[in-house]
Design a protein around this ligand. Sequence first.
Ligand code: AP5
Ligand code: MG
Length: 213
Amino acid sequence: MNIILLGPPGAGKGTQARILEEQRGMIQLSTGDMLRAARTSGTEMGKIVADVMDRGDLVTDEIVIGLIEEKLEGDHGGGFIFDGFPRTLAQADALGTLLEKHGTKLDAVIAMEVNDDALVQRITARSTCANCGEVYNDMTKPQPADGKCTNCGGAEFKRRADDNAESLKQRLMEYYKKTSPLIGYYYHARALEPVNGLGEIDEVAAGIDKALG
Ligand code: AP5
Ligand code: MG
């Protein structure tokens, strides 16, 4: 099964992707994580995208489609969870073509519905494990009291450079202008499954589970 988690910044895409990996043996493909890894390892591409990401703008279609194309060559596991990809109509078309080339298809697009107030609260309280990327939240999922990541035991946590009020405003604008048209695109393709993203993490996971059957 291949699915897209579609939703604005802070909707909970990364959080739910990790749950799906655990429960269904699927593989998370987060273009945001891939781009951040390229920055950390100092690749040429990482340097090109750094300022764009920190401003909250979208990286070019060419770069992110290239990243996804590479991953589709690898292990398919229990299917892919596309997290934060596609984000433009051109990326959506490219994904369809790539999946077809690999003899597979898209099974569902989970549209995570969360209002802007909740997004701001979630993002400004977020931190992640520097080692494995496990996502925490000062309010709803605090870092463990012993200072060790519950997933890998790592002791270093970080906050993202684009998790500030100004970049978030731009990220939301980019979402509404360029990504939200994908809701109509996938509705037309009869793949859209809207899920209420406002409940507790477990409740949202149950909503996704039900939508996927
Ligand atoms: P990306 O990394 O994809 O960021 P994003 O889309 O802005 O989404 P986030 O990762 O911020 O949020 P999320 O939905 O994963 O939420 P999370 O689970 O962490 O992209 C970053 C940048 O890279 C882009 O701005 C762009 O520059 C570039 N980029 C990436 N992909 C691209 C593409 N395809 N094309 C072009 N450019 C691209 O949760 C957020 C917080 O809320 C956490 O603290 C979490 O613990 C908490 N939380 C989660 N669920 C709940 C819940 N149900 N209740 C309460 N709290 C919750
Ligand atoms: Mg994410």
